[in-house]
Ligand binder design. Structure first.
Ligand SMILES: [Fe+2]
Length: 315
């Protein structure tokens, strides 16, 4: 394959701090067509996938975690095409080296034009979601690089430092993993969201913790999403982690969220110490298995009774 991305140094200036959007041609690899996706699903072990169903309860959308229930990759894809499902496949490096190699090559090209910023990539996943699926308003802890490959989706993005849409205490709870990444949301905020339509072949990254929601518009949606940190993003994580600990465990209301200076470095040290001691682990949330894909009615799900539900082991 030739070049995978079309990103100039000028466009790449805001990489890691701002909204950067450019074109890519990952789909030309052939790895994202139905037959290849079905094969990838078949070879992904339980510890590396998460299938989620979204449904409305009252006025609230609820995310629940499920299991393939022995369905083949082909049938899982069919279920996603007809249901309201969202599948996340992880662990390319162990499970699917050909996907891993493709993404490494794409990120190598990104790295060639973003030498001004040091990035530390952690996880890369493949997301496959139903044509009418939505992702609720939420914030992600790391920086995200989203490669959109198939289908169309509408992405609503808000400012990460707007305390109305993302109060400090909310971000702290997300970072301490005491709440789901879904957070309080008001429909009135849509008026001032940055609305971005993602077409196949668009790649984008946005400011760390920028809250967002996504509505799929058309077709099976397929994207690759990579999580990454820059040194500044790691400090922001450390500062909010420490502020959350101070507020919750030491009854002290922190007022600064500065990521530079001695206080910021001290907070990062505190965050690392607390993480090492595992002091906050007891309050972290578990992922619970609450449904199975229905192997008779493809696209439907079987709800598990409370006594059949159990935690899902993920690596
Ligand atoms: Fe997200």
């Amino acid at each position: 394959m030739g070049k995978l991305i079309d990103l100039t140094k000028e466009q790449a200036k805001g990489y890691g701090t701002g909204l950067v959007k450019f074109q890519h041609c990952l789909r030309e690899s052939g790895l994202f067509e139905d037959d290849k996706l079905a094969e990838l699903i078949d070879r992904t072990p339980r510890e590396y996938y998460m299938i989620t169903h979204m449904n409305v309860q009252g006025r609230k959308m609820i995310w629940r975690n499920g299991d393939f229930n022995g369905l083949s990759g082909e049938k899982v894809l069919e279920a996603i095409k007809t249901g309201q499902l969202w599948l996340c496949l992880r662990g390319f490096d162990k499970v699917a080296p050909h996907y891993h190699d493709l993404m490494e090559a794409a990120f190598q090209e990104v790295g060639d034009v973003t030498r001004h910023v040091k990035t530390d990539r952690s996880q890369t996943h493949l997301l496959i979601s139903s044509p009418n699926a939505s992702v609720l308003y939420h914030t992600d802890i790391p920086l995200i690089h989203h490669w959109h490959i198939r289908g169309k989706k509408r992405f609503y993005l808000w400012e990460a430092d707007d305390k109305t849409v993302l109060p400090d205490e909310t971000l702290e709870a997300v970072i301490l993993r005491q709440t789901e990444e879904e957070i309080p949301y008001d429909k009135a905020w849509d008026e001032f969201a940055n609305v971005i339509d993602l077409e196949p072949g668009v790649s984008c990254t946005w400011p760390q913790n920028g809250p967002h929601k996504v509505d799929n518009l058309e077709g099976l949606n397929v994207s690759v999403v990579a999580e990454y940190f820059t040194p500044q993003a790691k400090r922001k994580y450390g500062v909010y982690y420490a502020n959350g600990v101070l507020r919750r465990y030491l009854n002290w209301a922190p007022t600064s969220t500065q990521t530079e200076g001695i206080a910021a470095y001290a907070k990062c040290a505190l965050a690392m110490a607390v993480k090492k001691l595992n002091l906050t682990r007891a309050k972290e949330r578990d992922m619970i298995l609450s449904f199975l894909l229905d192997n008779q009615n493809i696209g439907r799900i079987i709800d598990l009774k409370p006594d059949q539900q159990k935690p899902i082991l993920q690596l």
